[in-house]
Design a protein around this ligand. Structure first.
Ligand code: F6R
Length: 243
C-alpha cells in the first residue's frame, strides 16, 4: 500500500485526479471503477476541468460504478445515476454505451439477473484497471457492509444503520434514505489492477485505522485491501489522524 497524506480535501482531489489522468494517458481504453458520495466529487471536478482544457479523452473509456440504491428510480435527484451524470458523465466525451451502473429497474430484470449481468460485463470488458473507492465510517467499501462473510459477486445488500445515518445528509429526512442497494462485490474490486482509496475528514479516521491495522476482517471490509498488491491511499490530514 502506498499512503499519501495531503493537507486537505482540495489537495486530495487534485492528486487523485492527476493519478486517474495519468492512467488514462497510458491506456486510452481504460476500464474505470467509480465511486459516488462526497469524497470523489472534487476529483471529478478536476477531471472535468482537465477534459475541458483539452488534456483528456474519455472516448474509449468504460466505467463501472460500485453501487446504486434500490427503491429509488435512476432519475431521482439522489440516485447514483443522477450523481454520476451531474458530476462527470454530462461533461466529458464518454460514450453512453460505455457507462455501467448497477440497476435492475431498467430492463425489468430481477435483482439476481441484474447482478449476474453486471459481473459478466465486467469480466467481458477484461476487468477493472483502476478502481476508485471511498470508505464508509464503518469501513465499508462500495456498499459491502461489515458482516461475518462477504459476497464476491455483485449483490443486493441491506444498508447498515451507520450508512443510512451518514447518507441521510443527502435527503430531507432519515426515513427517505433507501434501505437497500445493489453493490459490486469484493471480487471485481480485489481483481482491479490498481485501487485508489480516498478519504477526507476526521469522521473517517477510525475506519482508516481499523482498515490498515495489520488485521484483516470482513467486519471491516476495507481491511481486505491490505491483501491487494497495488493500492494507493490518498487521505487528508484529518482522515489520517489515527494512522
Ligand atoms: C459510494 C460508495 C461508498 C462511499 C462511502 C463514503 O459509491 O461506494 O462506499 O464511498 O460511503 O461516502 P462519502 O464519500 O459520501 O463519505
Amino acid at each position: 500500500m502506498k499512503l499519501t497524506v495531503v493537507q486537505d480535501y482540495d489537495q486530495m482531489s487534485k492528486k487523485a485526479a492527476s493519478l486517474v489522468a495519468g492512467k488514462l494517458k497510458e491506456k486510452k481504453d481504460l476500464v474505470l471503477g467509480l465511486a459516488t458520495g462526497s469524497t470523489p466529487e472534487g476529483m471529478y471536478a478536476n477531471l472535468v476541468k482537465m477534459y475541458r482544457e483539452g488534456h483528456l479523452d474519455f472516448s474509449l473509456v468504460t466505467t463501472f460504478n460500485l453501487d446504486e440504491y434500490v427503491d429509488l428510480c435512476p432519475q431521482h435527484p439522489q440516485s447514483y445515476h443522477t450523481y454520476m451524470y451531474k458530476h462527470l458523465f454530462d461533461h466529458i466525451n464518454i460514450k453512453p454505451e460505455n457507462i455501467n451502473i448497477p440497476c435492475y429497474t431498467k430492463n425489468n430484470l430481477s435483482a439476481s439477473d441484474a447482478c449476474r449481468d453486471y459481473d459478466q460485463k465486467i469480466v467481458q470488458t477484461g476487468g477493472i484497471d483502476l478502481q476508485v473507492l471511498g470508505i464508509g465510517v464503518n469501513g465499508h467499501i462500495g456498499f459491502n457492509e461489515p458482516a461475518s462473510s462477504l459476497p464476491i459477486s455483485t449483490h443486493l445488500v441491506e444498508l447498515a444503520s451507520e450508512t443510512i445515518e451518514a447518507n441521510s445528509r443527502f435527503f430531507n429526512s432519515i426515513e427517505q434514505v433507501p434501505r437497500r442497494a445493489l453493490t459490486m462485490g469484493l471480487g471485481p474490486i480485489m481483481h482491479a489492477g490498481l485501487i485508489l482509496l480516498l478519504a477526507s475528514g476526521g469522521s473517517k479516521a477510525h475506519a482508516l485505522k481499523e482498515s490498515f491495522s495489520g488485521l484483516v476482517t470482513t467486519e471491516v471490509p476495507a481491511s481486505l485491501l491490505q491483501l491487494h498488491p497495488n493500492v494507493v491511499v490518498i487521505v487528508d490530514r484529518d482522515a489520517a489522524s489515527l494512522l
